[in-house]
Design a protein around this ligand. Structure first.
Ligand SMILES: Nc1ncnc2c1ncn2[C@@H]1O[C@H](COP(=O)(O)OP(=O)(O)OP(=O)(O)O)[C@@H](O)[C@H]1O
Ligand SMILES: O=C(O)c1ccc[n+]([C@@H]2O[C@H](COP(=O)([O-])O)[C@@H](O)[C@H]2O)c1
Length: 190
């Protein structure tokens, strides 16, 4: 599952857990982006903070791991490169790329989209406020799943923190502590 994870929240974790359960996956590898080129760089936290928060949030689940492939690769993060790297590191594994409905809806505009279908099977999961559809996508390369609805976004978590509102129970307890320890998201997004 790729994401900016700024911060990782229970929407990500429930989606990953449910996809692993429904598709009987052995492992979910969370891959924090290095440079999410479609997000305003000035507003995205340092990759190391996002990577560490992802490690903290997933540490207690034996089926969850975190990969540094995107954080360690210089330049903009493209899923084509993520999947090429994961295939090189895990040549015997079958790869599934988990995305929320919003990300799946953008996928035809991703770099090198035609190659993506050869690199992994795509799993689109429901997300409140977004229509989940595989319209225009190759049917045999995409699976759509309904997962428990978690109306949580990282944007909302950042804005709540900046406004002095709690994010308890939207994110894991360790992430509440991490945000506090490093004073993340203190500024209101312009
Ligand atoms: N609440 C949610 N339910 C299901 N999928 C989600 C949810 N939140 C995020 N996702 C999916 O997780 C992946 C990573 O999302 P991302 O890290 O950008 O989180 P976000 O909450 O959308 O962040 P932001 O608000 O900063 O854009 C994407 O595929 C996204 O669609
Ligand atoms: O490859 C692309 O062109 C591309 C464009 C936008 C997003 N993605 C990937 O989609 C995942 C979710 O991205 P984001 O920005 O919503 O956190 C993450 O793994 C990104 O690298 C990939």
């Amino acid at each position: 599952m790729g994401g900016t994870f700024d911060p990782i929240h229970h929407g990500h974790l429930v989606a990953a857990s449910e996809a692993a359960h429904l598709l009987d996956l052995d492992e979910v590898v969370f891959v924090p982006t290095g440079q999410p080129y479609r997000k305003d760089a000035a507003e995205v936290s340092a990759p190391e903070h996002r990577y560490l928060m992802t490690v903290v949030a997933t540490a207690s689940n034996p089926r969850f791991t975190v990969s540094r492939v995107d954080v360690d690769r210089p330049g903009p993060t493209y899923t084509r490169d993520t999947l090429r790297d994961l295939r090189r590191l895990r040549p015997d594994d079958e790869l599934f790329f988990i995305t929320g409905a919003d990300a799946l809806g953008q996928i035809l505009s991703w770099k090198g989209v035609d190659e993506l279908w050869e690199l992994a099977h795509f799993v689109g999961v429901t997300r409140p406020g977004h229509d989940l559809t595989d319209s225009g996508l190759p049917q045999d390369k995409v699976t759509l799943l309904e997962v428990p609805a978690m109306a949580i976004s990282s944007t909302d978590c950042r804005e709540r923190t900046a406004a002095g509102e709690p994010v308890w129970y939207l994110v894991p307890d360790g992430i509440v502590q991490y945000i506090h320890k490093y004073a993340l998201y203190q500024e209101e997004t312009p």
